[in-house]
Write a protein that binds this ligand. Structure first.
Ligand code: AMP
Length: 290
């Protein structure tokens, strides 16, 4: 496995590969089974085309708000490289921020519709940072396909939109969320939770699931009822503070209002909550499996 630590070496590596097929998995490191499931999926796609899997490990400063955990974010590079090796990654690009960003950089990519609500409302500027770094990674790596987790559902939708609207020649694949046995979605941030918070953390997933079930069984018929139902189910997480819950149309992320039609486009339920200072997010399919 090749370790590439700067943009110039990445260009040399990419050029040496000629037209060889490439599957990209962008991450911020602190790798867990959620990330490695993306490597495995990328490996399958790459193998079909006799291609390579390229992972990136970069804690991207521009997607963190001023009061967020950029400095504290875990960076266990040696362990991460081991995971990459074990999951068939051919090369890892792990640059430093000063290589990725010119000090007087002045161009940012802004998605102006899908990012208005949900995490975009709670984390101003976050998706500008995500879009800009992902666009840079697409250009630098010239990958044919990139794999992203449904765990970050809004991010996946925003990246699909960016690729569509800016004509990036890349295919985007969404991968299902990998969970602990109690339902908690794996996240690098789970390590911040106290044991009491960890014990209540799966309630976020459970409350989403029971709300989705109530909608499917028509015990809950309107978006407003869904919100109340979720809040009630989540209220048993006494240590948590709900950031948001919403029920949206799956591809546009538009909030539903009024009656939830069984004939509606696929819906998605999304939520975020603070457990102490740790912000967890999760989502699940609504009416139709999606
Ligand atoms: P991050 O390192 O948090 O930026 O995540 C890198 C990629 O891994 C993103 O596409 C995430 O959606 C994905 N990811 C993170 N956690 C999970 C999980 N539990 N299951 C599946 N994918 C995940």
């Amino acid at each position: 496995m090749d370790l590439i630590t700067n943009k110039a070496d990445l260009q040399t590596w990419v050029n040496a590969k000629g037209g060889r097929y490439r599957a990209l998995v962008p991450t911020m490191g602190a790798l867990h089974r959620g990330h490695t499931s993306l490597f495995d999926l990328a490996r399958l796609h790459a193998d079909e085309k006799a291609g390579d899997v390229l992972a990136t490990i970069f804690v991207n400063p521009t997607q963190f708000g001023p009061s967020e955990d950029y400095d504290a974010y875990p960076r266990p590079l040696e362990e991460d490289l081991k995971e990459c090796r074990q999951h068939g990654v051919d090369a890892v690009f792990a640059p430093v921020a000063s290589d990725m960003y010119a000090p007087n950089r002045s161009i940012t990519i802004t998605e102006s519709n899908l990012t208005r609500g949900l995490c975009g409302a709670s984390r101003p500027g976050h998706f500008d940072g995500v879009c800009t770094v992902v666009a840079k990674l697409f250009l630098l790596t010239r990958a044919d396909v990139a794999v992203f987790g449904e765990k970050d559902y809004q991010q996946l939708a925003v990246i699909r939109r960016m690729v569509r609207d800016l004509d990036f020649p890349i295919e985007i694949i969404g991968a299902p969320t990998v969970r602990e046995s109690d339902g908690l979605a794996l996240s690098s941030r789970n390590a911040y939770l106290s044991s009491a918070e960890r014990a209540q953390a799966p309630i976020l997933h459970r409350a989403l699931q029971v709300t989705a079930e109530a909608i499917r069984e028509r015990r809950v018929k309107t978006a407003q009822e869904a919100r109340l139902y979720f809040e009630e189910a989540f209220s048993v997480a006494s240590l948590a503070r709900l950031d948001y819950f919403d029920i949206v149309e799956a591809s546009t992320l538009q909030s539903l209002s009024g009656e939830i039609s069984l004939a509606a486009e696929a819906t998605r339920l999304l939520a975020a909550a603070f457990y102490g200072k740790t912000r967890l997010i999760d989502n699940c399919a609504g009416l139709r499996g999606n």
